[in-house]
Design a protein. Sequence first.
Length: 311
Amino acid sequence: MTEIDVARYSNQIDPVLHVWSWEIPVYLFLGGMAAGTMILSALLALRKGERSPAARWLAFAAPVLVSVGMGVLFLDLAHKLFVWRFYLAFRWTSPMSWGAWILVVAYPVTLLFGLASLSEPQFERILSACRFPAVGRWLRRTRGFALGQARRLAWWNLGTGVALGVYTGILLSTLGARALWSSALLGPLFLVSGLSTGAALMMLFRVTEEERHFLVRWDVLAIALEMTLILLFLLGLATSGAAGREAADLLLGGRFTAQFWTLVVIAGLLVPALLETLESRLHYRMTAIAPLLVLTGGLALRWIFVAAGQA
């Protein structure tokens, strides 16, 4: 994609400049959720206490989500046969170059961390399903290495998850020609949103009550930070120049207002935060409603930001 940067801003001259469609928000959503699962899986591994079988398997959620996201992103590429050129160079000033290499680093880190996270019965189950003895021997040697570096891999998993989560927001914020995206807060905003959706995804599996309360606490904290960053983001737009105020109007009375405040703020943030706070205070296990609302709000946030930024 070639970004068009112009000094003027007039919806009479440039009424519509639409470049990205559904693939980009889905990719950003899956990438953010992968980042969240990486961070939380690492935090579960670093804390004291035994992990449940589900929490151990969830260490492999990140590479699966990243793979699906990259598959969706591949559909958006105009010149699919030249995707390998991303990896012939590294450009410090290009967020896409950073993202391409972060995704490459995420695979070995998450897979090694996943092998180190498995219990012995879980790993033996993988070996029993493997029909090629050479692959089984390679997996056993790789797991031996990963177990010896388990704590370091947990920290690498956490750091790579933070980098991946921030990158999904920076990808938009560096495109200064779009007034809605030209904010340094998008990186932290997408990071905490990814942390929230990652916690929501993990809560849908059969983790222990202790692990669920751990995830709920992190999700409530992430939601509080996300609300704060959204308010600061809107305040920054509203107090900037004419282009910023017009971009803010898209979410504060314009065409995306109803979707943003209904799907993102109310259904995706306020209602799940209330349900999870009640769950934490009353020690009552809620249904899957709160996690599903968080996931819906996380996807809606990225969908609306991508669409509104091109409006």
